[in-house]
Design a protein around this ligand. Structure first.
Ligand code: MD6
Ligand code: FE
Length: 218
């Protein structure tokens, strides 16, 4: 949202680019200009397809609450991980990608050098105090030449950004409300995770952090 300063000048929220490594960049504040539209679209999606705790193939309940928008949604159960056009809770297709989501993802990708990115899947992750996401690679997508665009909303979190091997050292990247991470190319298969969320309060979403990850899955 634009705001007027003391002198009535209309200003955009502060934003800057922070390269992480070859192929990955944090676009600080990139989503702030569309905050209201994004939060409304998020509400509409979650009304249709609520957050749920998926079971890993190994039988563990994920502490992250998950849902999806788009023609494909990421799901996990005892059979494995996959993209599915149908929400297993409702038996119906996932809600479509909201226009505000699509525009932001495409603009962020283009800004980071991935012109023409058209996502077909948005995985929506919900973190509450204590929720974490263990170290993983994103490798269920068809074309690993396509980047992933990741949008952080609400409470801040510490993102762990590792290397190509699980045992590689990780850097800790703080992610705040409105930050967008774009990664692809040589960074696409790096291990990553999220540290347990600290308890706290954020104006936009209360004690919760929401992460939207946009992929071209099919
Ligand atoms: C999160 N993100 O930030 C979890 N994966 O809540 C991811 O797992 C992720 O942010 C691939 C690319 C970007 C990401
Ligand atoms: Fe991931």
């Amino acid at each position: 949202m634009n705001t007027a300063d003391l002198f009535g000048n209309v200003t955009s929220p502060v934003r800057w680019d922070e390269p992480l490594c070859d192929g990955a960049v944090v676009l600080r504040g990139f989503a702030l200009a569309d905050e209201t539209a994004l939060l409304h679209a998020l509400d509409a999606v979650v009304m249709q397809t609520p957050f749920r705790h998926l079971i890993t193939p190994g039988g563990f309940r994920m502490s992250v609450g998950m849902t999806n928008a788009g023609s494909l949604g990421w799901v996990s159960d005892r059979r494995g991980y996959r993209y599915d056009p149908v929400d297993p809770l409702s038996g119906k297709p996932w809600p479509g990608l909201p226009e505000a989501f699509l525009q932001l993802a495409t603009a962020a990708a283009a800004h980071a050098g991935f012109a023409g990115f058209v996502p077909d899947a948005c995985l929506i992750n919900r973190y509450e105090a204590g929720t974490r996401l263990s170290l993983h690679q994103d490798r269920d997508e068809h074309d690993l030449g396509q980047p992933i665009v990741s949008v952080s909303l609400g409470m801040p979190a510490v993102f762990l950004f590792g290397g190509r091997l699980r045992k590689d050292a990780q850097v800790r990247v703080p992610l705040a409300h409105g930050d967008v991470v774009v990664w692809g190319g040589p960074a696409r298969l790096r291990y990553h995770g999220v540290m347990p969320l600290k308890p706290g309060y954020h104006e936009a979403l209360g004690g919760v952090r929401i992460n939207l990850t946009f992929r071209k899955a099919g």
